[in-house]
Design a protein around this ligand. Structure first.
Ligand code: PLP
Length: 441
């Protein structure tokens, strides 16, 4: 017996539980800590553990399962494509479902966005969008936002404005200049009412922090990982006019905010601005892996043959699921539902804020709601440990939520858009108790 077989036997799972296998064989060194739940199945906005405990899922696998867990229409579409053909190379041969999805995306995305490139994840979509912007403009630099997040590849971390996400990975690509986050709650620029100083600052960033060779400005229309930050009204309108004056493209990163999450198909629609390139993933196929970026035809056509490709990109099973997801969003009026239930949820969270001094701010659009926990409303000192305790107390009572933000102090409520009113009633009730438990330490 070779030494290799020996060590494989020694590592054999030997009847270990899922938890034990996770700890032994899954590399968890990179995550903050996995929730102590072993999930067996899901339906709508509910998840069940292997031992039968039921949870209301208010995080949707990080804002992914917008049409709900295991919607039968999406499952059937994926299964039928799975049985027909899984993979042949969607950039080697034409596949009907890929063409159908591309045509549908041209319909549902804003403005004149028309030609899609398919890949597998959000980071790949953003990185491809960045390459396309360089190809079109012949320029090399980018403007990104402080607190922005765009993925975990080298290029996407280069435009990510959060040192905690970047640590131990540098140096990153040169050529990115960061503009101030459009963050009303923690604005450092305007004293008193908002004058859109953060948008005006982009001119200075271009003039003083770049060589003027800027291909694109990249931003999330609602900033997810930064802490559900909603830029002020008028922000993107002003930014776009600055960019247009200088021939700089606007890449909207809708990986997290897209597909109905904020009450519109894409969050940039709230601002009445048309991006030149739009990156998407997460909610696109309701949990099957798929990423994409769509661009104006003149921009899209600037790649030269051989300059971009993806083996798995445009996987037919994922594309079938994406087409079915778009149909479900339409048939079940999930945009209206996200807007209506989101407004209700935000209102109830504002009520909680009135009764709980640890809540510094409540913000969001549609079913993308953030609650920022602080030690003191005046100093706004972040309270990440309180946020952690609230999340734990929610889980113990059957509710799953997320925690994020630069300081790790923002509770994230991003349920499937099919969540039912009674499930949200339950969520608010549980959060009220959890906030009280967390306050008592
Ligand atoms: N862009 C945004 C706005 C995101 O929120 C994320 C992931 O959270 C990404 C890009 C990266 O997506 P992925 O994890 O699919 O690579």
């Amino acid at each position: 017996m070779t030494q290799q077989t020996d060590s494989r036997q020694a590592l054999g799972d030997g009847g270990l539980s899922t938890s034990e296998k996770y700890r032994r064989f899954v590399n968890l060194s990179c995550v903050h800590g996995i929730e102590p739940l072993t999930i067996d199945r899901g339906q709508g906005a509910l998840l069940w553990t292997v031992d039968g405990k039921r949870y209301v899922d208010c995080f949707a696998g990080i804002a992914v399962v917008n049409a709900g867990h295991c919607d039968p229409r999406i499952v059937t579409a994926a299964r039928e494509q799975l049985e027909r053909m899984v993979h042949c190379g969607s950039y080697l041969y034409e596949v009907p479902v890929v063409a159908d999805l591309a045509a549908r995306l041209a319909e549902v995305t804003p403005g004149v966005l028309q030609k899609t490139f398919f890949c597998n994840s959000g980071a790949e979509a953003v990185e491809g969008a960045m390459r396309l912007a360089k190809a079109f403009t012949g320029r090399t630099e980018f403007i990104a936002l402080e607190l922005g997040f765009h993925g975990r590849t080298n290029a996407t971390l280069s435009v990510t404005g959060n040192r905690f996400r970047k640590q131990h990975g540098g140096p990153y690509l040169s050529g990115t200049a960061f503009a101030p986050a459009p963050h009303p709650y923690r604005c450092r620029l305007c004293s008193g009412s908002c004058t859109l100083a953060c948008a005006h600052a982009i001119e200075d960033v271009i003039d003083y922090h770049t060589s003027g060779d800027v291909a694109a400005f990249i931003a999330e229309p609602v900033m997810g990982e930064g802490g559900i930050i909603v830029p002020p009204d008028g922000y993107f309108e002003l930014v776009k006019s600055i960019l247009d004056d200088r021939g700089i493209l606007f890449i909207a990163d809708e990986v997290q905010s897209g597909f109905g999450r904020t009450g519109r198909m894409f969050a940039i629609e709230h601002y009445g601005v048309e991006p030149d390139i739009l990156a998407m993933a997460k909610g696109i196929a309701n949990g099957l892996p798929l990423g994409a970026f769509i661009a104006r035809p003149d921009v899209a056509d600037s790649f030269q043959p051989g300059e971009h490709l993806s083996t798995f990109g445009g996987n037919p099973v994922s594309c079938a699921a994406a087409l079915a997801t778009l149909a479900v969003i339409e048939e079940d009026h999930l945009l209206e539902r996200s807007e209506r239930l989101g407004a209700w949820l935000k209102g109830r969270c504002i009520d909680l804020q009135a009764r709980n001094p640890s809540i510094g701010d409540v913000r969001g659009r549609g079913l993308m709601v953030g609650i920022e926990m602080v030690h003191d409303r005046k100093t706004k000192e972040p309270a990440p440990e309180v946020a952690g305790r609230v999340k734990r107390a929610c889980r113990e009572r059957g509710l799953l939520i997320g925690v994020g933000g630069y300081f790790g102090n923002v509770l994230r409520l991003q349920p499937p858009l099919v969540v039912e009113q009674e499930q949200l009633d339950f969520a608010v009730e549980v959060m009220e108790e959890a906030l009280e438990t967390a306050r008592q330490g």
